[in-house]
Design a protein around this ligand. Structure first.
Ligand code: PLP
Length: 366
């Protein structure tokens, strides 16, 4: 006999009004130009592929180093060496992508009912995690030009998330503004620097000035490692200690640790590839800005945001790019974002195909 029960009665209270994160489409068939999820268009370079392949050995039967000691050491002593930031190994935390780091920050600092502050529009996971943990949400709307409103500087709460450069518009907020937020905010400020490697800015030096800051980053974008899931955070040792306390024991796997070490070793080649992405960002921006009726917003990230005149035109472009040209870009069906399409920067070849496709569609609609 099966005993009837309604699972809905058993789930946590905070899940009753919860909406899960909606990832961008990941097609399962070939032939797409995929410019919708801000991945790096370049595969890991052959040297890194070789290191990963060589690591597929009998060590896979063992658990990985729970502290990822070697990678944390190399992050500080090599990757961040010239960033004018903290130097003690106990100030680095590594996780299963930047997303896990955000989750762990909630685990450490947010009780149900605690106020969590973030901006709109920005990365959707801040809201998802805040509702998952039953936080009180204080979502501050950015100005129409995506700059910070004055209210950013007198926000109250337990944790404040700021994404710089900000997804989806791509602009950095600058350290003067971030320092002012840290100085005024009574809780922890998290600067999510997932895209900072494509800019000339980082908040890492601020860690020497304020104690309530966590700078989070990832190997997903600038190091082409989105699939292996490897992120890191830098903060005062007292914060990192608490994060280590609550993390699952083996949160970064062995292959990801090997790949991360290899990325650090071959970083200069990866930086060269990223310079190309930055040049391509400029080329796309310039070419698209020659069209009447659209505007490309300035970006410090590996994506650009295009503003159209109205929602109908935006959706026509979205539809035709996908259905007629097999080009995937990102549209957010959310207040204030209906008139925008976000385009991740691809390889030169992918970008050329995108521009060709755009031109054909523009001939009909612009
Ligand atoms: C702002 C921002 N933070 C974090 C992430 C997640 O990064 P990861 O792949 O390291 O989990 C993303 C992914 O797109 C992002 O846009």
């Amino acid at each position: 006999m099966v005993i009837e029960m309604d699972i809905k009665d058993l789930i946590r209270e905070s899940l009753k009004n919860y909406t899960a994160y909606e990832p961008g489409e990941q097609p399962t068939t070939d032939g797409w130009i995929k410019l919708n999820t801000n991945e790096n268009p370049n595969p890991p370079i052959p040297e890194i592929m070789e290191d990963i392949k060589a690591a597929i050995n009998d060590k896979l039967k063992r658990y990985p180093d729970p502290t990822a000691f070697e990678v944390r050491k190399m992050i500080l002593s090599v990757l961040l060496r010239d960033k004018d930031t903290l130097t003690n190994r106990n100030t680095v935390f590594v996780g299963n992508g930047c997303d896990e780091i955000l989750d762990i920050i909630f685990k450490v600092f947010v009780d149900p009912g605690d106020e969590v502050v973030f901006f709109y529009p920005s990365y959707g996971m801040y809201r998802v995690l805040a509702s998952l943990y039953g936080a009180k949400i204080n979502e501050i709307k950015l100005n129409d030009d995506f700059s910070l409103p004055d209210s950013a500087y007198n926000a109250q709460g337990k944790v404040l998330f700021i994404n710089s450069p900000n997804n989806p518009n791509g602009k950095s907020f600058g350290n003067a503004a971030i320092l002012k937020i840290c100085s005024n905010f009574p809780g922890i400020v998290v600067v999510d620097e997932t895209y900072a490697a494509f800019s000339d800015q980082t908040s890492l030096p601020l860690l020497k000035k304020v104690k309530n800051l966590i700078v989070a980053s990832t190997f997903s974008k600038s190091f082409s490692l989105a699939s292996l899931r490897f992120g890191y955070a830098v903060a005062d040792a007292s914060i990192i200690k608490e994060m280590n306390n609550v993390k699952l024991p083996y949160n970064t796997n062995y292959l990801a640790q090997v790949a991360a070490l290899s990325c650090i070793k071959h970083r200069n080649k990866l930086y060269e590839q990223n310079k190309k992405i930055i040049l391509e960002r400029q080329r796309l921006t310039d070419e698209l800005n020659t069209y009447n009726g659209i505007k490309v917003l300035p970006s410090d990230a590996n994506f650009i945001l295009i503003q159209f005149e109205d929602k109908t035109k935006t959706l026509k472009f979205l539809w035709d790019l996908k259905e007629k040209k097999k080009v995937l870009v990102r549209h957010f069906s959310k207040p204030g974002l209906y008139k925008f399409l976000r385009i991740s920067i691809g390889t030169e070849e992918e970008n050329n195909k995108f521009l060709e496709a755009f031109k054909d569609i523009a001939a009909e609609y612009l």
